[in-house]
Design a protein around this ligand. Structure first.
Ligand code: ADP
Ligand code: MG
Length: 480
């Protein structure tokens, strides 16, 4: 998808159905349209173009599209458009499968809500103490975003009241069902007023979703966007390999294809750990993401991968799915998944607008059946390759362009990204290009800096002051 609109010409105009459509045709206020533009969203993504008119008209909706297709905006704009900001009661609620997803959704809604002064968006997730959430709810909120279990908790304590709710969103509904949230969702939905709009978003459409839709939606409009991998830039290769060799094969593939960022999928947590260990022993910058990790660790790993200071993220499906980490140079299936839809979903993370992405799958003999199912579902002819044909070649280690520095001090200390940029930049300091993403968390701030200037950056931060006080800084690399 292009982000700029080419000048229209009668001869080479694309067919209307494929043309990128601006947001301006939607029934949104000028202020909301300005907020959308400010985020750099110039044209609607296909799922947005299909869902927004329906949802803004007040209809119930089942929208199905892969990760990274822009579903958040497709429900955030309709729920914001319906808010009565003068009424300090919860009017919209979004259920998400994990805290990371809920945080991403909360942030996106907040960014879009900047068109009005006073919209309060609250995240209510497990894994953090409940008392402060109760206090925040007492102060009033217009929108809550949370995981089903914690929302249910609040309903049982009566700290969350839904009498004024007009929009209920089930985001990543398939994933919530996979994670066993069915009964919690039912409990929560039954506590919502019957007069409401219910928007359901999902990447796949298993049996359980139809059941939920039938139970909690009224005459929903269904919008499905077929996977468009046939003409996409994903180059898919399958390698047949003995089970015992597959971890070593991942290292060989990385050395050969040299992707800047790779997401490697394993089916078990143990395999995630084993692979990370093997890759690190060979000099790769690799991190694991799986369900056994503490929330804070998981957050840190995602920050480091997103800011380009880690080359390989090794994850299970549960941990990785739905996260806003798309446009990777490569996806490696260390284990094949038994579900062809999950496979298509996994590899949908790679392939940029202008560059090809690699989807590399390691298969044992028993996986041949799985590959056949994938080929059938996505209409491809599987390309089999032999690992032995990779030239032994280049042994230079794969090094990520950035390093993450952790500053011990964050939102609680009122640190803002501008403070960090201020401390790093200035005379004889780092240039804009040498400073990457700055992420301010509660207790820590993470800043990506170009690898070659990391020591200099640490010295500057340690010598200078942030918000009037000296801060501790450490480099997060490899074995952390
Ligand atoms: P999904 O929920 O379908 O996985 P997200 O809502 O997380 O997708 O969006 C994926 C990415 O696309 C985000 O980084 C978001 O900022 C970006 N995005 C969303 N809508 C647009 C748009 N209209 N134009 C450009 N980028 C967009
Ligand atoms: Mg999403």
């Amino acid at each position: 998808m292009t982000t700029s609109t080419p000048p229209l010409s009668l001869t080479d105009a694309p067919p209307l159905s494929d043309a990128a459509r601006p947001f301006d045709d939607l029934p949104l206020t000028a202020a909301m349209l300005a907020a959308v533009r400010q985020l750099g969203y110039l044209t609607m993504t296909p799922i947005q173009a299909a869902s927004l008119p329906v949802a803004l008209a007040g209809r119930d909706l089942i929208a199905r599209a892969k990760t990274g297709s822009g579903k958040t905006v497709a429900f955030a704009l309709p729920l914001l458009a319906r808010l009565d900001t003068r009424n300090f009661a919860v009017q919209a609620m979004v259920l998400c499968p994990t805290r990371e997803l809920a945080d991403q959704v909360t942030q996106e809604i907040r960014r879009l809500a900047r068109f009005a002064d006073n919209i309060k968006v609250l995240s209510l997730c497990g894994g953090t103490p409940i008392r402060p959430q109760v206090a925040s709810l007492e102060h009033g909120a217009h929108v809550v975003v949370g995981t089903p279990g914690r929302i249910m908790d609040h309903l049982q304590r009566r700290s969350l009241k839904l009498a004024a709710l007009s929009t209920l969103v089930l985001d990543e509904a398939d994933r919530m069902l996979d994670m066993g949230f069915h009964d919690d969702i039912v409990f929560v939905a039954e506590h919502c007023p019957a007069q409401r709009q219910t928007l359901l978003f999902s990447a796949t459409y298993p049996e359980g979703i139809a059941e939920l839709a039938q139970r909690f939606q009224r005459d929903p409009e269904e919008v499905t966007l077929a996977e468009q991998h046939a003409d996409s830039k994903i180059r898919q290769r399958f390698y047949e390999i003995e089970h015992a060799q597959r971890l070593q094969a991942v290292a060989a593939l990385l050395r050969h294809f040299r992707p800047e960022r790779t997401l490697a999928f394993c089916n078990t947590r143990q395999q995630c750990r084993d692979l990370v260990e093997l890759l690190r022993a060979q000099g790769f910058h690799a991190l694991a993401l799986h369900g056994d990790m503490e929330q804070r660790e998981r957050d840190q790993v995602l920050i480091r991968f997103a800011n380009r200071s880690c080359s390989v993220l090794v994850a299970t499906d549960v941990a990785a799915r739905g996260l806003d980490i798309a446009q990777l140079e490569a996806v490696i299936n260390v284990d094949m998944t038994p579900d062809p839809e999950v496979h298509i979903h996994r590899i949908g993370r790679t392939g940029r607008a202008d560059e090809a992405g690699w989807a590399l799958s390691l298969c044992s003999t028993v996986d041949r059946r799985r590959v056949a199912a994938i080929a059938q579902l996505s209409g491809i002819e599987p390309e089999w390759h032999d690992l032995a044909e990779l030239p032994a070649g280049e042994d230079a280690p794969l090094v990520p362009p950035m390093v993450t520095l952790q500053i011990l001090g964050g939102r609680k200390d009122k640190i803002r990204p501008g403070d960090v940029m201020g401390a790093l930049g200035g005379e004889a300091g780092l240039t804009r290009e040498q400073v990457g993403k700055i992420t301010v968390a509660d207790q820590s701030t993470y800043v990506a800096v170009a690898r070659d200037v990391a020591p200099q950056a640490v010295r500057r931060l340690a010598a200078g002051k942030l918000k009037g006080r000296t801060v501790k800084v450490r480099v997060l690399d490899d074995a952390d």
